[in-house]
Design a protein around this ligand. Sequence first.
Ligand code: AKB
Length: 324
Amino acid sequence: MKIDKILVIGACGQIGTELVTALRSQYGEENVIAADINLPKPGTKNHLCLDVLDHEKIEAVVKEYGITQIYLLAAMLSANGEQNADAAWKLNVQSLLSVLKIAKEQKLDKVFWPSSIAVFGPGSPKYNCPQQTRIEPNTVYGISKRAGEYWCNYYFEKYGVDVRSIRFPGLISYTAPPGGGTTDYAVSIFHEALENQHYTCFLTEDNCLPMMYMPDAIRATLELMNVPKEKITIRTSYNLAGMSFAPCDIAAEIKKHIPEFKVAYEPDYRNAIANSWPASIKDEQARKDWEWKPKYDLKSMTDDMLQKLSEIKGMQLPVVEEVY
Ligand code: AKB
């Protein structure tokens, strides 16, 4: 029987940190190689230092370890991308082209590559944005993700590379921080609420965005990668919905646990990026093709985030009496 050998590139990032753990429980620790440009935490097993722009090195790793699947997670997100356009384009697109080429030449079984709701632009429907619609991104990150989606489709159509992709909303997690995105506020707000009972938000209070709790995002990735090939009808990238909220909604939810919590609003350039994206997403194709269904909503995500983060920080959440 053929053994699946998995390479996760960008393993120390927000998705990678949790995905590596999930993949290791599915495939076994020895069969999942975590690779990142950053050094791992001491004691981490099966970790390689790897620059995703080093095509020869990735190819050598694939051959040496007999890799059958690659999860390519390294990317520069929307906010940082606007400040470093050339570097963002190079990192986001060249790395994908490199992996797709290796997948074709080394006949890999599968590739996973995350896209984003950032592919949508001001011309896309604001609410319940569907899979197929006007898609005209106006950020470097969004353009790179849209180009990447077409490259995935191209390698599937032309060379049969089984590459699968999800357009992730903003991701919220307590294990690793996000790095340089527009939706990062939805993670920072929890840390600041617990530590300082105050947060200054870089979006306006009503700027609503699609979001998802990391356990749902990890489950979605594993489900998509495990579904039989024939069931996949989208070879660009699947819309995926979790929940939608604005800063004032999440602030109100946190206040239920930390009544003294206050938020100030000082919108910056990231507010315009958020304005160009849909407020909510319709994911009917993912629900149809691989029976996708999110588990977490704003309330259950907030309860869990505050619980887990206060444990990590060694803090006690105040006991708030419910008023009936
Ligand atoms: C970002 O804010 O750039 C990312 C994303 C929506 O892909 N979290």
